[in-house]
Design a protein around this ligand. Structure first.
Ligand SMILES: NC(=O)c1ccc[n+]([C@@H]2O[C@H](COP(=O)([O-])OP(=O)(O)OC[C@H]3O[C@@H](n4cnc5c(N)ncnc54)[C@H](O)[C@@H]3O)[C@@H](O)[C@H]2O)c1
Length: 393
């Protein structure tokens, strides 16, 4: 076991932290040393469970000399301010997706981490999932020729999961464009080489009670001529996991009897306050919904990469290659935890000085593309992208 550990302080002990915690807890490279969250029950339980300090603000967390890396898992409209605090105190950063909610905030983050010379990794996003990175290795090897076209689609109940009020406000980053687009756009950017050139999109807001965008379809063009079509609906009817072996986004086996479960649970919390309380209850220190046992890798729905001489399909348990004359399946070893690759990237950057793939410029490029979906829909035109970066290997 390594003596060296990343001393991580956590800002925001909500749902995202709950989902990443099993990977942190299982990894001898990570030590959870401190936290900050306005929910005192969460920081108290964190302190008791990990022998860690509780801070009453993110600034105090960032100032804690024991903290080496700040994992920013606060609501995404706070990410830019919290990255600025971490950088000011010289701390490395793991920031949840989306990196921020505007392009100006992304520029400020790039500037802050550059000036402070700290590492920033944006994640976890589903572009860290091992079947996706294996598919990237396969297509980048060149064995099957150039990547020509990518198709990615996912259908979930995202819109009807219990939410904080900000998550139902597009101006504060609510809706699927940033939350879910960040995953899908990260995936297609990784598979196509990273540098998107333009976006043409249509978005849907089909439920007035849940106003931000809940669906989109878009065509993304890439340098070199590849193009991707991406489709997402969070309106909770057709379940995209049925195209992924009935494995959930988080890698758990799905129970088909839970069909419509998000709507049923939402109906039990009819006011914004009761809904926000239900959401808080899904975070650390709450009573609901610990992550289920892992049965396979995490995923973000159906993905197919068409190359000159083969189609490549990552699935939760491996990668299938459809050649001219035969189909082959490359299984991946079953995961123990699903988010180890995020720790790998952080460790390699902080300890070994290897620049991360999902750095601030990568995160800004993904946010630029997510926001372009809204602009393209509103203005009925192709939107040119200007902040794209390639895949660092
Ligand atoms: N990678 C993933 O799988 C994943 C999953 C869910 C959410 N996310 C991302 O994580 C972020 C948080 O979303 P969530 O669903 O966990 O929300 P959440 O409401 O469950 O958690 C946010 C937490 O931050 C705390 N918080 C609020 N203001 C704070 C402050 N000023 N200082 C410290 N803590 C504060 C809240 O009390 C709450 O515990 C979002 O950016 C979201 O997109 C990522």
């Amino acid at each position: 076991m390594s003596e060296r550990r990343l001393r991580v302080g956590v800002a925001g002990l909500g749902r995202a932290f709950m989902l990443t915690l099993p990977s942190f807890a299982a990894d001898p490279r990570v030590q959870l040393v401190a936290s900050s969250d306005p929910r005192a029950e969460a920081t108290a339980r964190f302190a008791a469970e990990f022998g860690a300090r509780a801070h009453d603000s993110v600034e105090a967390l960032c100032a804690d000399p024991e903290v080496e890396v700040v994992y920013i898992a606060t609501p995404h409209e706070l990410h830019a301010a919290h990255v600025a605090l971490a950088a000011k105190h010289g701390k490395h950063v793991l920031v949840e997706k989306p990196m921020a909610i505007t392009e100006d905030e992304c520029d400020a983050i790039i500037d802050a981490v550059d000036r402070a010379r700290v590492v920033l990794v944006v994640g976890p996003s589903h572009s860290f999932d091992r079947p996706i990175t294996r598919a990237r290795e396969i297509v980048a090897s060149g064995e099957w020729g150039a990547v020509r076209m990518i198709h990615a689609q996912y259908f979930t109940d995202f819109v009807y999961r219990v939410r904080r009020p900000e998550e139902l406000d597009a101006a504060r980053g609510g809706g699927v464009l940033l939350s879910q687009g960040a995953h899908q756009i990260d995936i297609v950017r990784l598979l196509a080489g990273g540098r998107a050139t333009s976006v043409r999109a249509f978005t849907g807001n089909w439920d007035r009670a849940r106003p931000p965008e809940g669906a989109y379809a878009a065509l993304i063009a890439f340098e070199g001529g590849a193009f991707a079509s991406i489709t997402y609906s969070g309106y909770g009817r057709f379940d995209g996991d049925t195209l992924c072996g009935d494995i959930s986004e988080l890698g758990a086996r799905k129970d088909p009897r839970d069909y419509g479960g998000a709507r049923r649970r939402l109906a039990q919390v009819p006011t914004p306050a009761s809904e926000a309380a239900a959401k808080a209850n899904r975070g650390f220190g709450g009573a609901a919904d610990a992550p289920s046992l892992v049965a396979a890798y995490e995923h973000f729905g159906f993905v197919l990469v068409c190359c000159d001489r083969a189609d490549v399909r990552p699935t939760p348990d491996g990668v299938t290659i459809y050649r001219d004359d035969a189909v082959s399946f490359e299984p991946l070893p079953a995961p123990r935890v699903t988010r180890e690759a995020v720790i790998d990237e952080l460790w390699n950057a902080v300890v070994d000085g290897r620049a991360p793939l999902h750095d601030a410029r990568w995160g800004a490029a993904t946010v630029e593309a997510c926001l372009a979906l809204r602009t393209s829909t509103r203005e009925g035109r192709d939107v040119t992208l200007r902040k794209q970066v390639g895949v660092r290997t």
